[in-house]
Design a protein around this ligand. Structure first.
Ligand SMILES: *[C@@H]1O[C@H](CO)[C@@H](O)[C@H](O)[C@H]1NC(C)=O
Ligand SMILES: *[C@@H]1O[C@H](CO)[C@@H](O)[C@H](O)[C@H]1NC(C)=O
Ligand SMILES: *[C@@H]1O[C@H](CO)[C@@H](O)[C@H](O)[C@H]1NC(C)=O
Ligand SMILES: *[C@@H]1O[C@H](CO)[C@@H](O)[C@H](O)[C@H]1NC(C)=O
Ligand SMILES: *[C@@H]1O[C@H](CO)[C@@H](O)[C@H](O)[C@H]1NC(C)=O
Ligand SMILES: *[C@@H]1O[C@H](CO)[C@@H](O)[C@H](O)[C@H]1NC(C)=O
Length: 434
C-alpha cells in the first residue's frame, strides 16, 4: 500500500480512494454487509414510504435543506414498528460511503451505501433483533456516517515525505443524502424525543477522528458525545481546517466563518454551493449546553498562512460569537497537544499555542462560562499514529478524561451502561499458558 502511494505520489491530480482499512500496515478484517436491494417504489407492495422531511425522523449533526449530511459523524434516528427498515439514498450520496447503523443497543453494523440506491438495513434476519424484549419496543434505529476520508493527492511532493506535514492533501469527508425511508406497510414511524442536553464540538481532524479506524466514528468527538449515552451532539469538525479564516490545507475558509454554515469545507460542498453555503439556522435547532473547542493545530502549521497574533485575535473574537448563538452554554477550551518528539533518551510533547489558548481563557474567565481543559499528560508519544493523529486508543483516552472532567465539573452523569460506543476495540488476550 505504501509502495502504491509512493508511485501515485509522483503524479499530479491523482484521486485515490483508500479501499481497505490498514491496521499497523496490515489489512484489517472487516465485515461490511451487502444491504443494497432493487429500488423500492413509494409505498410499493409490503412497504410504507416516508419522505426525508417526515417529522418522525431526527437528524443529528448538520444536514442541509436537501437532507444531505455534512461535517463529522452526522446521524439519523427514529423508532419504528415492524421489523423492516430500508432507506433510499439520494444522488448526492458519496459513492461507497461507509455507514454504521444499529437497532436498539445491538452492536453497530456497517454497510457501504450506493448513491441513488436503496438499502434494506433491518429485517427479521438482523442479528439479535429476535431477542427484543416487549419493554424494548418500539425498536429504535440509528445511523451514523463514518465519513471515510478520501485523500486527493493533488500535488507532486518529495517522495520521502509522504504523509508528512508537507503533504498538500485535500481531504474529503463523505456524506449521504436521505431520499426516503421505507418500513413495513402496516407499521409506522415514531419520533424519538431529543435528549435534554446537547454538546457542540468545534474542531479539526483531531476531533473528527481522521485516520482512526472508523474515522469520525472512532474519534474523540464521537466517543465523548455517544459515550454519555444521554446527550445530543454535533461534531462540527473537519480535517485540515484552521480557526482563523484562511485557506489551510486546501480548506478555503476557517472555522470563524465555516462554523456558521451548514456544510463543511469539502469540494463536495463547493460543487453544490460554491461560495454560498446555507447558513446554519441555530435558532431552529436544539441549543448546545456545552461547547468543546479543540482548534488551532492547523493554524500553528507553517504550511498555513496564519500567524500566532491572528490566531489569538480570531479566537478572542470567536468566543462571544459562540456565546451569542448559545447564550446558556459552557464553553470549554481544550489545550492542544501538538506532537511528540524524541528528546534525548525520552520523548516530549511539543504543544501547540499553549500560551494563546490559555490567554483566551484568561480573557473570558471572569465571565464564568469559559473553561480551560488541560490535555497535557493524557496522551503519550505512542498514542499518536505515524500520520500525526491519535490512535484509536489515544482517542479513547482523550474522550475518557474529558467525560470525567464534564461529570465532575458540570455534574453530567454517564448513561451509556452497556451498548457499545467504540466499535471493534475488543483487543483481548485470553492466553493462559505462557
Ligand atoms: C466500503 O467502505 C470501506 C471504507 O471506505 C472501503 O474500504 C471499502 O472498499 C468499501 N467497500 C465497497 C464494496 O465499496
Ligand atoms: C405512503 O402512504 C402513506 C399513507 O399510508 C402516506 O401518508 C404517505 O405520504 C405515502 N408516501 C409517499 C412517499 O407517497
Ligand atoms: C414534505 O415534503 C412533501 C413534498 O415536498 C410535502 O408535500 C409535505 O407536506 C412535506 N411534509 C412535511 C411534514 O413537511
Ligand atoms: C434469532 O434468530 C437466529 C437466526 O437468525 C437464531 O439463530 C436464534 O436462535 C434466534 N434467537 C431467538 C432468541 O429466537
Ligand atoms: C506553535 O505553537 C508552539 C507552542 O505554543 C509555538 O512554540 C510555535 O511557535 C507555534 N508555531 C507557529 C508556526 O505558530
Ligand atoms: C497543564 O498540565 C501540565 C502537565 O501537568 C502542566 O505542566 C501545566 O502547567 C498545565 N497548564 C496549566 C495552564 O495549568
Amino acid at each position: 500500500m505504501k509502495f502504491l502511494l509512493y508511485l501515485l505520489g509522483l503524479a499530479s491530480f491523482v484521486s485515490l480512494s483508500i479501499s481497505t482499512i490498514l491496521q499497523n500496515g496490515q489489512i484489517r478484517q472487516t465485515n461490511f454487509l451487502d444491504t443494497k436491494v432493487a429500488s423500492i417504489g413509494l409505498n410499493s407492495t409490503g412497504w410504507k414510504t416516508y419522505g426525508p422531511n417526515a417529522t418522525e425522523l431526527s437528524y443529528k449533526g448538520r444536514w442541509d435543506s436537501k437532507f444531505i449530511s455534512w461535517w463529522a459523524a452526522p446521524g439519523l434516528k427514529f423508532a419504528f414498528e415492524g421489523q423492516d427498515v430500508a432507506i433510499t439514498f439520494g444522488e448526492h450520496t458519496s459513492p461507497g460511503v461507509l455507514v454504521a447503523y444499529r437497532v436498539g443497543g445491538l452492536d453497530w453494523l456497517f454497510t457501504n451505501i450506493t448513491a441513488g440506491g436503496t438499502h434494506h438495513l433491518v429485517s427479521s434476519a438482523t442479528p439479535g433483533l429476535n431477542a427484543t424484549l416487549p419493554s424494548q419496543l418500539p425498536l429504535t434505529f440509528e445511523l451514523r456516517v463514518t465519513n471515510w476520508v478520501r485523500i486527493d493527492l493533488q500535488t507532486a511532493r518529495h517522495p520521502l515525505s509522504l504523509f508528512s506535514n508537507n503533504l498538500l492533501a485535500k481531504t474529503q469527508a463523505y456524506g449521504v443524502q436521505i431520499s426516503a425511508v421505507h418500513i413495513s406497510s402496516k407499521a409506522k414511524l415514531i419520533k424519538i424525543p431529543n435528549f435534554a442536553k446537547s454538546i457542540e464540538f468545534i474542531g479539526d481532524s483531531l476531533t473528527s477522528g481522521m485516520y482512526a479506524t472508523y474515522e469520525a466514528f472512532s474519534g474523540f468527538g464521537y466517543n465523548i458525545g455517544a459515550g454519555f449515552g444521554n446527550v445530543e451532539f454535533s461534531i462540527t469538525a473537519y480535517p485540515g481546517i484552521c480557526l482563523h479564516d484562511a485557506n489551510c490545507w486546501g480548506n478555503p475558509r476557517g472555522q470563524t466563518y465555516q462554523w456558521f454554515q451548514t456544510s463543511d469545507t469539502s469540494s463536495r460542498a463547493a460543487q453544490l454551493y460554491g461560495t454560498q453555503p446555507e447558513p446554519w439556522a441555530f435558532n431552529r435547532h436544539q441549543s448546545a449546553d456545552l461547547v468543546l473547542i479543540n482548534i488551532g493545530t492547523n493554524d500553528n502549521n507553517t504550511a498555513n498562512p496564519v500567524t500566532r497574533e491572528q490566531y489569538l485575535a480570531s479566537y478572542v473574537a470567536f468566543i462571544p460569537q459562540v456565546h451569542a448563538v448559545y447564550p446558556d452554554a459552557q464553553i470549554v477550551l481544550m489545550s492542544l497537544w501538538g506532537g511528540f518528539s524524541a528528546t534525548g533518551n525520552s520523548f516530549a510533547q511539543s504543544g501547540v499555542y499553549i500560551d494563546e489558548v490559555y490567554q483566551v481563557y484568561e480573557h473570558y474567565k471572569d465571565a464564568g462560562y469559559v473553561h480551560y481543559f488541560n490535555s497535557t499528560g493524557i496522551l503519550q508519544h505512542n498514542d499518536i499514529a505515524p500520520q500525526w493523529h491519535p490512535t484509536d486508543v489515544g482517542h479513547i483516552k482523550v474522550a475518557s478524561h474529558v467525560m470525567q472532567y464534564i461529570r465532575i465539573k458540570f455534574g453530567w452523569e454517564f448513561a451509556a451502561t452497556g451498548p457499545e460506543v467504540q466499535h471493534e476495540t475488543l483487543y483481548w488476550n485470553d492466553e493462559t499458558n505462557y
